[in-house]
Design a protein around this ligand. Structure first.
Ligand code: ATP
Ligand code: MG
Length: 259
């Protein structure tokens, strides 16, 4: 059964999509069967996976509203070796249209259950908001990965997110865990980044991934070629960091299976 991970942070531009795309490609390169779910109307993970979001007749929007099955909607992304449930701006309308539907918070969860046995990992790229779409991501997931930049306001935003996760756990998804906090766009020469990083480790201890994602231009360039960085510049520091993160995830999963 797939391990379902929501990659989320209500703060914009912290590296959620970059993490989802590159982690998907890294896990797939390690022979894992991966489905990437684009839960953001911006459709950045869709474009970053080589799919033109403007020419799609069926997207996650149709899956959430129940007019198409996930089987009819997913793509296989040949170059990245993983599957994609794509999104485009139509998804923004789903927020309002879902309000009157039954089980509006668990529509993604119900859809993913139909394919979960086919994958080892399902990665959900959430939008930068704590809205009904993100709530669907948090209800479908078993755990949450939180990418964050080590900046002054980062910790403040984190407490809102942790409170939301607590509420979801209390009311909708009792099994939801924080899988880990990921330091992104890290610049070791920046003293403030170092200080925030230390505070994070003090507060969250083991929950902070050992792998740190450096600021690396190859990660920013790759989406314009429609590929993960692994297939743009394999030796770049960014690529290597996401491979290390995939290794850390697999290792953690192996250890918790042994306990
Ligand atoms: P949004 O909240 O809008 O969905 P996001 O959290 O998904 O944003 P990304 O789109 O992944 O964030 O990243 C924001 C910008 O920073 C993008 O232009 C991306 O290419 C760039 N970026 C992300 N990670 C890195 C990195 N490690 N090094 C350099 N640039 C990066
Ligand atoms: Mg994004």
């Amino acid at each position: 059964m797939a391990k379902i991970l929501a990659i989320t942070n209500q703060k914009g531009g912290v590296g959620k999509t970059t993490t989802t795309v590159n982690l998907a490609a890294s896990l797939a390169a390690m022979k894992q069967r991966v489905l990437l779910v684009d839960l953001d109307p911006q459709g950045n993970a869709t474009m970053g996976s080589g799919i033109d979001k403007r020419n799609l007749s069926a997207t996650i929007y149709h899956v959430l509203l129940g007019s198409k099955s996930l089987h009819e909607t997913r793509f296989h992304f040949e170059a990245g070796k993983y599957d994609v449930l794509p999104a485009n701006r139509e998804l923004a309308g789903a927020e309002i249209e879902m309000v009157d539907l039954q089980n509006r918070e668990t529509r993604l969860k119900d859809a993913l259950q139909t394919v979960a046995a086919e994958y080892d990992y399902i990665l959900i790229d959430c939008p930068p908001a704590l809205n009904l779409l993100t709530l669907n991501g948090l209800c479908a997931a078993r755990s949450v990965m939180i990418p964050m930049q080590c900046e002054y306001y980062a910790l403040e935003g984190l407490s809102d997110l942790v409170n939301t996760i607590r509420k979801v756990r209390a009311h909708l998804n009792p099994d939801l865990e924080i899988e880990g906090l990921l330091r992104t766009m890290f610049d070791p020469r920046n003293t403030l980044a170092q200080q925030v990083s230390e505070q994070l480790q003090q507060h969250f201890g083991e929950k902070v991934y050992r792998t740190v994602i450096p600021r690396n231009v190859r990660l920013a360039e790759a989406p314009s070629y429609g590929v993960p960085a692994l297939y743009h510049d394999k030796l770049s520091k960014g690529t290597q960091a996401y491979l290390a993160l995939a290794g850390e995830l697999l290792n953690n999963a192996k250890q918790s299976a042994q306990v």
